[in-house]
Write a protein that binds this ligand. Structure first.
Ligand SMILES: Nc1ncnc2c1ncn2[C@@H]1O[C@H](COP(=O)(O)OP(=O)(O)OP(=O)(O)O)[C@@H](O)[C@H]1O
Length: 772
């Protein structure tokens, strides 16, 4: 404890205004008795003061720190948001910050959920977190919910982002929080929430709601009272409805010590990054006919019964409707509450419904812009109970290992990023903002069901930030050698078209995939894949002939194509065999007939896949190769088998079809195809002595290229080189320490400061170059 700088901070105006007395009578003496000498004891002086105190404290104390916080949830919320959005970007200032909670506020939801009363003495109970800190207990990890408030279509710009550690809500709860603040002076206790509830109980809120699946499973779960368990939700994920109550929680099962609104958080713990969402839709009432003042009055009584049941150990989740509309603990009938466990949600309020625009994050009430929407995602479990982020780095936590990261290079899709994980592909929108860090917004989840090995964006993909009629189209390869065309559009949900399985497909791991180059319609029609089976295959996604693949094409979501009146034909493949396992394939916007292919020996082939096979030796790679590039050292090493553990990784520079970069083992080379100089590269250099891995050009500043370390000996490290100074020392970016290592990375194509997206373990860090 000697090394830990302890900040004691309390809000004298929270709850019943007794924090100062409580700290002087109990907290400070207890710290003293335990030999803990706080570095500072500070009382907040108004809204926003806590964040200034904490950030100043962190600037002054470079080592370990802990914060003993006497407040309610609101002050903690202020601090966490300040750490996320205003904390200096320097990585040296990022560190673990345990919070020691001393409940002094009105509701103290987080404390009440983490520390159930175990002692007779209420004072002793309030000191539980402090006692755990003194006993050096391990801090408990916290989850976060990120909510982005987006402007209206077509841009959907992110206007504001907020992080909740307890609750994110709309509808009745947001109205209660807004109105109860006006009552705080006269009613310092929780009774002001009950008064505000009465004032709002007959309101309904018109909105479109979308449930987002848990990213690691691709599933939205719903509580089933029959089995007392969560089951996959089969209903529509998109619903337009009148909603009475809409509230999601992370980290808590209750909002007050006895109000267990999300009791399953503690009773059926989640093993994934998720949030618990409680929705009440009056339209589920069998006696509901239409929305009238009378029907709202009648329903208000049922909401009252529901709240009373929430105070009785969270029993509201078992309430059901009888046919006559009565609610009780019946054996069947629709549940009054829909209790979901999901990855997040979208809330698009009806423009005419002003109150539906309110959103509450841990007691702070915000307003969604007219025509806009709120998107809330449970995105991170913070390791060791700490906030580990700063103003310029965002760490997406996918929930399982991320194997592939691909940014979209299309001009209209430059803010899109696809992640390939253990089971699914997720699409995020990276919102670039010069003044603050806006967390990525998850826009789609495709549950493929197998580990993803390669991804490619179709040139037809368009971001929602560019058009109301947006499209995501991605070709994906999975570890079972299957290929998948993933599509989601503004008018249709996630759809997966599986192809490439069976005898006619690959028989080895598919290491890379790309759409055909050029600027005509062929660039969305042909997809190239390369594999350990030494094959380059070019797939025609829109064949005119139906050639069965030998196995049925599994369709995993959306409508089953084979049952539709015009079933989609299985893509046909044109295969070219090479001498060694193939590692990468690239196309270029300037050519629809060539692919750049690299193999595990570090050799790179420029292949004209449209060469007429009649005129050449069918099936042989030789017939189609226009250029073959062999880095002299890689060639001699391959003869002596030195390079057997290394792989070639080639990248074609987008702005100039003559320039090719290759990483192989400890070396990289840059080739100029228009000046082959007897087969010598333009430049060669050394990356990592123990071997480099992926090579990527920066799409927005073509002077830069980056190579990631192949082994975990150095941790997750990237070298960024400038092509004008290849012999100079690269910029070294330490993304994460050992045992992390980089599985994949990519540059975003967004204009402005180059942005890197780097996958290591479960996480993807998105950050601008230059700040590290
Ligand atoms: N000296 C102060 N005077 C007035 N308000 C303050 C002062 N210090 C902090 N505040 C503000 O008081 C608000 C309420 O604080 P907090 O959330 O901690 O308590 P609470 O609302 O009583 O509890 P809970 O959030 O658990 O219901 C916060 O928004 C905080 O910014």
């Amino acid at each position: 404890m000697a090394k830990t700088a302890v900040l004691v901070l309390y809000n004298p105006a929270c709850g019943d205004n007794t924090a100062k007395e409580f700290f002087e009578a109990h907290v400070l003496p207890r710290l003293e008795c335990s030999g803990i000498n706080p570095s500072a004891v500070v009382a907040t002086e108004g809204v926003g003061h806590a964040e200034t105190i904490v950030i100043d404290f962190l600037k002054q104390h470079e080592g370990e720190v802990a914060i003993v916080l006497g407040s309610g949830d609101g002050t903690l919320h202020e601090i966490i948001n300040a750490l996320a959005f205003s904390y200096p970007a320097s990585s040296s200032m990022r560190r673990a910050i345990p919070f020691v909670l001393v409940p002094c506020g009105t509701a103290n939801a987080l404390f009440s959920s983490l520390f159930l009363p175990s002692k007779q003495d209420p004072v002793m109970n309030r000191l539980s977190s402090l006692d755990a800190f003194i006993a050096r207990s391990k801090p408990k990890p916290l989850a976060l919910a990120y909510t982005s408030l987006l402007s209206g279509a077509p841009q959907h710009n992110c206007l504001h982002t907020v992080i909740s550690v307890v609750v994110t809500s709309t509808a009745l709860h947001a109205s209660i929080l807004k109105d109860s603040e006006l009552l705080r002076k006269d009613m310092p206790g929780i009774e002001r929430f009950k008064v505000a509830a009465q004032q709002n109980i007959t309101r309904w809120y018109r909105s479109r709601v979308k449930l987002l699946p848990i990213s690691s499973t691709g599933v939205v779960q719903v509580y089933d009272p029959d089995t007392d368990a969560f089951i996959p939700y089969q209903g529509p994920l998109d619903m337009s409805a009148s909603i009475a109550y809409f509230l999601s929680t992370v980290n808590v099962d209750r909002l007050e010590p006895a109000f267990l609104i999300s009791p399953l958080f503690s009773r059926i713990p989640s093993h994934h990054i998720s949030l618990d969402l409680v929705i009440v839709r009056p339209e589920r009432d069998p006696t509901f006919i239409m929305d009238t003042p009378t029907s709202r009055e009648a329903f208000a009584r049922k909401t009252g019964v529901l709240f009373a049941a929430a105070y009785q150990d969270g029993n509201h989740i078992r309430l059901r409707y009888r046919q006559d509309g009565d609610i009780g603990h019946y054996d069947d009938g629709p549940t009054v509450v829909e209790y979901f466990r999901c990855g997040g949600w979208e809330w698009v309020p009806d423009e005419a419904d002003e109150r539906a625009h309110l959103i509450c994050s841990d007691g702070t009430v915000l307003e969604i812009a007219k025509g806009g929407k709120a998107v809330c995602n449970a995105i991170a479990a913070i390791p060791n109970g700490n906030v580990e982020m700063d103003a310029s780095v965002f760490r997406l936590n996918h929930g399982s290992d991320v194997y592939v990261v691909r940014s979209c290079c299309n001009e209209d899709g430059a803010d899109l990023l696809a992640l390939g994980g253990e089971h699914s592909v997720e699409v995020y929108q990276i919102v670039s903002c010069s003044t603050c860090c806006i967390p990525p917004v998850r826009l789609a989840t495709f549950h493929v069901g197998n580990r993803i090995t390669a991804l490619a964006w179709s040139p037809r993909s368009v971001s929602p930030s560019r058009s109301d009629e947006w499209v995501f189209e991605i070709a994906a390869a999975s570890v079972d050698f299957g290929l998948h065309l993933l599509t989601k559009t503004s008018s249709s949900s996630e759809h997966i078209f599986a192809f490439g399985g069976g005898l006619s497909g690959h028989h080895g791991k598919v290491n890379d995939i790309c759409f055909c180059g050029g600027r005509n319609e062929d660039n969305v029609r042909y997809v190239a894949t390369v594999s350990d089976d030494k094959m380059l295959m070019v797939w025609d996604l829109n064949p005119t002939l139906d050639i069965p693949s030998g196995v049925p094409s599994p369709v995993r979501s959306g409508e089953d194509d084979s049952l539709s009146p015009n079933p989609r034909l299985q893509p046909t493949a044109y295969a070219i065999a090479f001498p060694h396992a193939l590692t990468t394939v690239n196309s270029h916007p300037s050519s629809s007939k060539e692919f750049l292919v690299s193999d595990c020996q570090g050799t790179v082939f420029l292949t004209d896949w449209r060469t007429d096979p009649e005129q050449t030796e069918q099936g042989s790679w030789r017939h189609s190769v226009v250029v073959e590039l062999i880095e002299p050292r890689a060639f001699s090493d391959s003869l002596t088998a030195v390079a057997s553990q290394w792989s070639g990784f080639a990248a074609w520079r987008r702005d100039n079809a003559d320039i090719v970069g290759v990483s192989c083992g400890p070396r990289f080379s840059i080739w100029n195809l228009s000046k082959l100089r007897g087969g010598k590269p333009l430049h060669t250099g050394t990356s990592f002595p123990e071997g480099g891995h992926s090579f990527r050009w920066c799409s927005t500043n073509p002077d830069y290229f980056a190579i990631s370390a192949h082994s975990n000996m150095r941790g997750a490290v990237i070298h960024v080189h400038n092509v004008g100074y290849v012999q100079a020392q690269p910029s070294v970016i330490n993304v994460a320490p050992r045992p992390h290592w980089i599985r994949d990375f990519d540059f975003m194509a967004l204009c402005g400061q180059p942005l890197l997206a780097v996958a290591f373990g479960h996480q993807v860090a998105v950050f601008p170059l230059g700040d590290e």
